[in-house]
Design a protein around this ligand. Sequence first.
Ligand code: DAH
Length: 340
Amino acid sequence: MTVDEVRERAGSLEQEFKDALARVENTAGLEEVRVRFIARKGVVPALFDELRSIPPEGKKEAGRILNGLRMRLQSAFDERKEMLAAGRARDSNIDLTLPGRTLTPGHLHPITQMLREVRRIFVSLGFSVADGPEVEDDYHNFEALNFPPDHPARDMQDTFFIRDTVLLRTHTSPVQIRVMETTEPPIRVIMPGRVYRNEAISARSYCLFHQVEGLAVDRGITFAELKGTLGTFARQLYGNDLRYRFRASFFPFTEPSAEMDISCFLCGGKGCRMCKGTGWLEILGCGMVDPNVFTAVGYDPEEYTGYAFGMGIERMAILLYGIEDIRMYFENDLRLLEQF
Ligand code: DAH
């Protein structure tokens, strides 16, 4: 070998080494490069062995070239090793050792959580989910639901009217009518949504809140199915040892009508501030669909029976979480939201 050949060989080896090193992504790859180039049986020591075949006058120069090569390769190798150890793969400007950006995941609003939970339970009981408009007409919100023309709920005090017969729905019950107008029985459906009432805002009432409406229509549906379904629902939501009862009540669109109470989970039924000493908490209104409602949607009340129910989601949340001022659910105060 001549000195020129050594120089040339050293040059191409250095390039090869740099290319190989640049492709290294982990310690295993680094070790391969070390074994191939600079370890005892690698190509660089092999090149040193060639020094023997170099004529004496060139030996010194060839030795200088090879020593220089070995030093540069070693320091490039060490630098790469250090970079890898520091977590910096490739010579990119991404520094994996820098602290990451903290992710601050959001929270589902407690009302959203409660809505989802109620929906989950009814879907597991075989109900489907339907939707209706928040801007309703008098016919669906009142008339088809058997509200007489002079019913006090039609009063300006309670309803936000947009025009004479157009209003913001005051409950989710009009969705029952819309579902029955467009579907034939059997029906088992829940209808969640926002409702609006023109009431003085206080800790107990707000101009906007959420309800979940329910409707089941088929041949031969009885009050027993209503009780069984709503009892199962309440126990899934509030716990298995819950007791419940149905009290006679009145709604224009159901006959008979009832309100469902659950045993107060704060005091276990002994009587406390939450249940106002009664041991019971009212959670929903329900009843058997009034024949007049079936007639309004074109169902034969002799052929079909059904039950309906409606619950206020804020009320359920108030009971479950013990946050008693309804306005807090609409303020979006992070101090509240972050607790959910
Ligand atoms: N719509 C009633 C309300 O807003 C709640 C309700 C009661 C719905 C009884 C029903 C029902 O479907 O059967 O107060």
